[in-house]
Design a protein around this ligand. Structure first.
Ligand SMILES: *Cc1c(COP(=O)(O)O)cnc(C)c1O
Length: 504
């Protein structure tokens, strides 16, 4: 025992930690059991949560285990009212963010081990488990062999988010083209107008785009009528830029856009890049499949992945639809050396024999931060608990529920699908009334969504889809099915509620 110092507060003893830990696990298990009793979207005003919290930090610590009673009380009275219940089975907003028993237990283990796995040598298991689990996942999703670590040149890494993944890809891309050309250039990246805003953010962070309105260096191309990237428009843009002396270096294609679930034609994009000289100059194609990527676990959805063997990197979020709680993005590349070239720095204090041997992977060189959590544990436990069969059944059930819902929309004269259903995402709206101005249709839909969400019984969000061929843009509701505990009865209930609200 160390000597007692003035003010010293003992750590939780093993027994105290065990008892409190059991209570916390009980609390989470009870929370999951009573999810349906809460309004899905938090109904607090700005500042309401803060007002319940002391303005100053505690000078004295808690009075031992008994003092923790106040913590459990605050969880109920301060925290829960300000929580939007992402784990509610009636959460259909944005894309859901999965949590599951095995993942949360993996998270707890990771926290308990408390390792910082920046280098292989700072915790070999953190690196090697991650490499193995990502190779498993590549196999489960039938991804190109070039993305596997045992290809010798490619491999996977867990990033925090899809946003970090695209930033890493963009920085690696610029470095690679610069090496091929042997000079700097005026860089241009390409996406569609429907691409996730994280690509714009990556362009801002990397200095590729000067500001959010810089349409010279980040070209957000108009889509086809189904909101997918147009290979022809891409080809024209690349040729224009080359003719103007600018250097195309990066394309981000999306599998499953956030607004409407559109799928960019990856194979055609890759072909365009081949014939414009983009590929020969080292240009990089990244595929952002943040939400839809998980579907590749099911053979019947693999057609989505057509053409992936021609891309440089591919990323998706198991934290959206693969039962692994936030944060967990899986990023694969077929050229890991490009990441090392762009991101590797070696200060003296990190030098070690294992890294110098060249026999190990140091994942710090594959990502933005230096430090990294042992995230592979939660993904490992999810894959082991559910197995491939369980994951497929999980995904298929959500797609089936979305099919049902889309069918109800189509059969109801008041509603229409805004675009065809994409996997488990349904974009729909109240139909325009005869002669109604589009702004009035939008207003009725906005009003419907507001009333639904205010009821607390379900939570959906909206998007605005641009008009095609001169048509006006459309305000549409999105039903994103994919919460861990969503069952058919929850989808049915939200449809019945929408129908009732549409009458009033
Ligand atoms: C959700 C989403 C993202 C952003 O995800 P983060 O992991 O939060 O950065 C990127 N792209 C698409 C298509 C998404 O749906």
């Amino acid at each position: 025992m160390s000597e007692k110092r003035e003010g010293a507060v003992p750590h939780l003893s093993a027994e105290e930690f065990r008892r409190l830990g059991h209570r916390v696990v009980d609390w989470v298990a009870d929370y999951w059991a009573r999810l349906e009793s809460f309004p899905v979207r938090a109904a607090v005003a700005p500042g309401e949560v803060m007002a319940k919290l002391p303005a100053h930090p505690p000078e004295e610590g808690l009075d031992g285990e008994a003092g923790w009673e106040a913590v459990f009380r605050d969880l109920e009275e301060v925290v829960l009212p300000g929580v939007t219940h992402w784990q509610s089975p009636s959460f259909f907003a944005y894309f859901p963010s999965n949590a599951s028993g095995p993942a949360v237990l993996g998270e707890l283990l990771s926290a308990g081990l408390g390792v910082q796995g920046m280098l292989w040598s700072t915790s070999p298991a953190a690196t090697e488990l991650e490499t193995r689990v990502l190779d498993w996942l590549a196999e489960l999703m039938a991804l190109p062999a070039s993305f596997r670590s045992d290809s010798g040149t490619g491999g996977g890494v867990i990033q925090g988010t899809a946003s970090e993944a695209v930033l890493v890809a963009m920085v690696a891309a610029r470095d690679r083209v610069r090496r091929v050309l042997g000079r700097d250039a005026e860089w241009v990246a390409y996406t569609s107008t429907q691409t996730h805003s994280s690509v714009l953010k990556a362009a801002l962070i990397s200095g590729v785009a000067r500001d959010v309105a810089d349409s010279v260096h980040l070209r957000q191309l108009d889509t086809d009528a189904g909101y997918a990237l147009c290979p022809d428009a891409l080809e024209r843009a690349i040729r224009e830029d080359l003719a103007a002396g600018r250097q195309p270096f990066f394309v981000c294609a999306s599998l499953g856009t956030t607004s409407s679930g559109a799928m960019d034609p990856v194979r055609s994009v890759v072909e365009v890049l081949g014939r414009t000289g983009f590929t020969a100059s080292g240009g990089w194609v990244h595929v952002d499949a943040a939400w839809a990527g998980s579907a590749l676990v099911c053979p019947e959805f693999r057609a989505l992945g057509e053409g992936l063997e021609g891309v440089d990197s591919f990323a998706f979020n198991p934290h959206k639809w693969l039962l692994t709680n936030f944060d967990c993005n899986v990023f694969y590349t077929r050229e890991r050396q490009a990441l090392l070239n762009a991101l590797s720095v070696m200060p003296e204090y990190l030098r070690n024999a294992a890294s110098a041997s060249g026999k190990v992977v140091d994942y710090r060189d594959w990502q933005v931060p230096l430090g990294r959590r042992f995230r592979a544990l939660k993904l490992w436990l999810v894959l082991r608990h559910y197995g491939a069969r369980g994951l497929r059944a999980y995904l298929r059930e959500h797609v089936r529920q979305a099919e049902l819902f889309a069918g109800w929309v189509e059969a109801d004269a008041r509603f229409e699908l805004a675009v065809p259903r994409s996997l488990s995402l349904v974009c729909f709206r109240l139909k325009p009334l005869p002669g109604e101005a589009s702004s009035d249709t939008d207003a009725r839909n906005r009003h419907l969504l507001e009333r639904l969400n205010a009821s607390g019984k379900a939570f959906l969000t909206h998007t605005v889809l641009p008009g095609v061929d001169g048509a006006p843009s459309r305000y549409v509701l999105r039903l994103a099915i994919g919460a861990t505990r969503t069952e058919e009865r929850h989808v049915r209930a939200v449809w019945e509620q929408l129908g009732a609200l549409a009458l009033s």
